[in-house]
Design a protein around this ligand. Sequence first.
Ligand SMILES: C[S@@+](CC[C@H](N)C(=O)[O-])C[C@H]1O[C@@H](n2cnc3c(N)ncnc32)[C@H](O)[C@@H]1O
Length: 266
Amino acid sequence: MAPRKTSREWNAAEYHRLSAPQFQWGQRVLNQLHLRGDECVLDAGCGTGKLTRLLLENLPRGRVVALDLSRNMVRHAQLNLVPDFDDRSSFVAADLAALPFRNCFDGIFSTASFHWVLDHDGLFRNLYEALRPAGWLHAQCGGGPNLASLRQRVCALSQTAEFLNWLGKFPEPWFFSDAEGAASRLRAAGFEHIETGIEQATFTVPSGQEFQQYLRTFVLHRHLELLPTDALRAAFVQKLADQSARDNPQWALDYWRLNLRAHKSA
Ligand SMILES: C[S@@+](CC[C@H](N)C(=O)[O-])C[C@H]1O[C@@H](n2cnc3c(N)ncnc32)[C@H](O)[C@@H]1O
């Protein structure tokens, strides 16, 4: 059977509730920005807008465009932020693979999003075009051996008789670049002063139940969309939770982050 096309949507309410690790990783990236306070910045893959809020607080005379492919996420971010930042924030539902901006931004900030875009050559070209001269890109996403243990289990489970029909030929919906590959793609897109690096960020989910909810919301929603019944979706995450329950420590997710910094020439 040909693989069914997956949607672009996320469960925004669950993401907002469970995204403490992503928020902490993002805060560290945001704390490294050197902002004047009057810049116009794109938050590329803004999710529910938790970090967009911090960005706006750090830009008291500036503006932020919050962009995401998921309409649920954009709506959630808008509801969160418009009451406090109506005059300095805008919201766009758009694909980073077809970015509708040229020469617009002083900076582009992005966290936990680029690995959902498979073509990083095209992505970096689009980001470069969207920046003004001397504009900066400061981003973090999954990279290197991100979630390698979990992905190996997902792959093996997808090949078992129970799931083969729906997931057997489903290609991974992520691209986890290494640091060298990312640097050379940024260079090819035209960027200068490039710094890239990988860091480990293992995260342990507090309970088996939360581990399953976490997988459903953050990692495997594209896989689960392809399964035809709730029973099969429940069985898929239950089996992965059962495997993790036998690990020491239990419920650990082997996250690795790719950091990206680069500039457009003046
Ligand atoms: C894990 S969330 C990160 C959200 C937020 N930046 C954070 O750190 O909490 C990933 C986000 O990337 C968005 N995304 C995935 N592919 C995208 C694409 N091609 N264009 C724009 N956004 C995309 C998803 O819709 C999702 O909101």
